[in-house]
Ligand binder design. Structure first.
Ligand SMILES: [Zn+2]
Length: 89
């Protein structure tokens, strides 16, 4: 948030413990889903947080997510670029 776009580093965590500014992966036979928890503690599927809505998000080899991420929880103003730490594609 603030001026340093692209500088928000999000720590990897486990599904059972999604603290603010963390991400985690849920794997099952059918799919692989990435969840992100905003600074205010709202956890959402990463794909649902990306705008414009008709563009799929992209995570590059270094974990940088594009486009930017918006939290749609009521009253939450989080909107920024994030990088997923310890990302392995
Ligand atoms: Zn939020």
């Amino acid at each position: 948030m603030g001026k340093n776009k692209g500088m928000i580093i999000v720590q990897k965590t486990i599904e059972e413990n999604p603290k603010p500014l963390t991400w985690h992966k849920v794997d099952n036979e059918l799919e692989e889903r990435i969840f992100f928890t905003c600074p205010n503690g709202h956890t959402s599927l990463l794909e649902d947080l990306i705008v414009p809505w008709n563009i799929l998000h992209h995570v590059n080899k270094k974990g940088k997510v594009r486009p930017s991420v918006i939290c749609f929880s009521k009253g939450c103003k989080f909107h920024d670029f994030i990088t997923l730490q310890d990302w392995t594609s």
